[in-house]
Design a binder for this molecule. Sequence first.
Ligand code: PGA
Length: 261
Amino acid sequence: MSGKNKRVLIVANWKEHFNISKASIFLHKLQESVIKHRDTEVVLAPNFLALHPLQKQLDHSKFKLAAQDAYYEDVGPYTGEVSASMLRGLVDYVIIGHSMRRELFGDTDKIVGFKAAAVVRNNMTAIVCVGENATERAAGETDHILTDQLNAALASVTASDMKKIVIAYEPVWAISTTKGVRKPLPDEIFKAIKKIKDIVEHRYGKRTAGRLRVLYGGSVDGGTAQDYLSISGVGGLLVGSASLRHKDFAEIVERAHSFKD
Ligand code: PGA
């Protein structure tokens, strides 16, 4: 099955939760709950302020760090921004183009492309989030949206830089859903990820597309992780809400490990 010969990548997106001391306490619990497995790569994405203290506290054999965003200009008069070059050496990954950033903070497809290029240029791996919203899905525009978002995100990324790109497929309508809201069907996820790989293959060739890691994200928890991971093409998970509960997150990591054939 494609993607299953690589390490499964599990990313915890803490969003705007946990100040520095709470992040530190939570990490302490996580380090006790999460068991290290060589076949599973676990990445934590706290807020910018917590990155440095957590880097010191982290059991580096168990966890890596990600930033939740980065600005594309290395230095300059960009009040309030943190650049990819400032994150160099501090994190291995940077999440780019999360739907919240696109929706609330004006991150257009083009800006996501600049950011992805900056992350790669600064030698970190960009986790590029793509996905359609409910209206776009209902209108049958999913493939079209994925094509536009990906082509813009990868506009300045070369074939050799594709080693530093991970794509996260996050249907916007499936993020942080409450009980009763429809979850994406395995076939919907399979088709979207196939589309993502087709676009990458079209841009960079079969080999690069075959090596690409694609994550699924959207209301994943300990109970559903294995179902999502068993969908062909899914190479890992981007986890929001459930990553704020240490036992739930540890279970997701366990599922990822036991899932490996
Ligand atoms: P969720 O968040 O797991 O709470 O749906 C995922 C995300 O926004 O990355």
